[in-house]
Design a protein around this ligand. Structure first.
Ligand SMILES: C[S@@+](CC[C@H](N)C(=O)[O-])C[C@H]1O[C@@H](n2cnc3c(N)ncnc32)[C@H](O)[C@@H]1O
Ligand code: SF4
Length: 375
């Protein structure tokens, strides 16, 4: 079992918080589609004919691809890989791209899951984030998708924004829940270097919330989504029963994946590799038949750290039998020793060989994970 991720590196403009790789015009879109189709063929051996359960178009803005372009790419994957019948094909989409016709088209070519980047239900916050859509468009895009028969819709929200009062955040959550979507990803704002928000932050025109305010926002999110029957299955992810993101869950479970397109990462249990973050360079190299990537073989420490980082944030947590089996007894002992204080302080809970973050622990997950990492 494995997954395929495709990075679509185009955006209409850069959002103020975002550092994902993308370019601000679509001049090279046709060339890019040809190129990624070629890369699919060049990489056909990477997953060694494992059944492909999930295909994920991320970005950038995959909804800038036309229906025909998406179809061409999906068909190419089906031609060269062993795609399971019962697959999950996700497209990350921006609300302003989602017309009824487009939604109907992408559904027809096999897309069965949408991840719509709404970010906020407040027009002032959307403007400040430099989003290209209004709240009305965002709500309408979800409605259109539902009308066109999409039964697996996720929306993205961001909290921890400056001036986001708890009341305003609560209104955001309520609005999200009113839309009857199956999945919500809510991310705390990270102020990434090279973004506009970073510039504001550096010249003090942007004051992030205090730690306590951020925690209150996360608590509110957990409380409200729980009341509506959502399963909190990863720190930033909430799903109705049966609608967990299979692609991301596999990723957190350490399943192999192939990443295609500039900046995309791949993982095959023994090494990680990532394509260059340069669209022109990517197109030129693939045209010559070479994939421009860098590679890192994973040391035992790195494999253990990867397992910790991805598992501890999920509701399944960490299993010490698995650590012993896959990483060795020393790593298991290391984990058990370090976990003692967190268990006593009720940041971690233990059931048999399984360790999970408690709600209290989730609020300081980064700190806990860091202290477990082996160097
Ligand atoms: C790769 S982005 C692309 C999604 C799509 N292009 C869009 O804008 O809706 C996926 C999601 O990551 C989240 N994100 C990106 N940068 C972030 C940041 N600095 N802090 C928190 N969330 C962020 C946003 O919620 C975004 O929808
Ligand atoms: S959030 Fe989405 S639309 Fe905005 S810059 Fe990032 S990838 Fe592009």
């Amino acid at each position: 079992m494995a997954g395929i991720y495709l990075h679509i590196p185009f955006c209409k403009g850069k959002c103020a918080y975002c550092d994902f790789y993308s370019v601000g015009n679509i001049k090279l879109k046709k060339d890019f589609v040809k190129t990624i189709c070629k890369e699919i063929e060049l990489q056909k051996e990477y997953l060694r004919s494992e059944p492909i359960q999930t295909i994920y178009f991320g970005g950038g803005t995959p909804s800038l691809l036309s229906v025909q372009e998406l179809e061409e790419i999906i068909n190419r994957i089906i031609k060269y890989f062993n795609v399971e019948k019962n697959n999950e094909i996700t497209v990350e989409a921006n609300p302003d791209d989602l017309t009824k016709e487009y939604l109907n088209g992408i559904k027809e070519v096999g897309v069965n899951r949408l991840s719509i980047g709404i970010q906020s239900f407040n027009n002032n916050d959307l403007l400040r984030m430099k989003r290209k859509h209004s709240v009305r468009q965002a709500i309408r895009s979800v409605r259109y998708a539902q009308e066109q028969g999409f039964k697996n819709i996720s929306i993205d929200l961001i909290y921890g924004l400056p001036d986001l009062s708890l009341q305003k955040w609560e209104e955001n959550i309520e609005q999200a829940l009113n839309l009857n979507v199956q999945h919500i990803s809510a991310y705390h704002l990270t102020i990434e270097p090279k973004t506009l928000f970073y510039k504001y932050y550096r010249n003090n025109s942007f004051v992030p919330p205090s730690e306590d305010e951020s925690l209150d926002q996360l608590k509110k999110l957990i409380e409200k989504t729980e009341q509506k029957g959502f399963l909190h299955y990863e720190i930033s992810n909430f799903a109705k029963d049966g609608f967990l993101s299979l692609h991301n869950t596999n990723y957190w479970m350490g399943v192999k994946y192939l990443g295609l397109g500039p900046s995309a990462h791949s993982y095959n249990l023994t090494s990680r590799q990532w394509n260059i973050q340069n669209l022109r360079g990517y197109i030129d190299e693939i045209f010559k038949g070479k994939i421009p990537f860098e590679e890192e073989n994973l040391s035992p420490n790195e494999k253990f750290n990867d397992y910790l980082i991805t598992s501890l944030r999920t509701m399944w947590g960490i299993n010490t039998k698995k650590i012993e089996h896959e990483h060795g007894i020393n790593f298991k002992t290391h984990f058990e020793e370090k976990s003692d204080n967190f268990l006593k302080a009720n940041f971690l809970s233990k059931s048999g060989n399984n360790y999970k973050l408690t709600k209290k622990g989730m609020f300081i997950s980064d700190h806990i994970i860091l202290s477990f990492l082996n160097d």
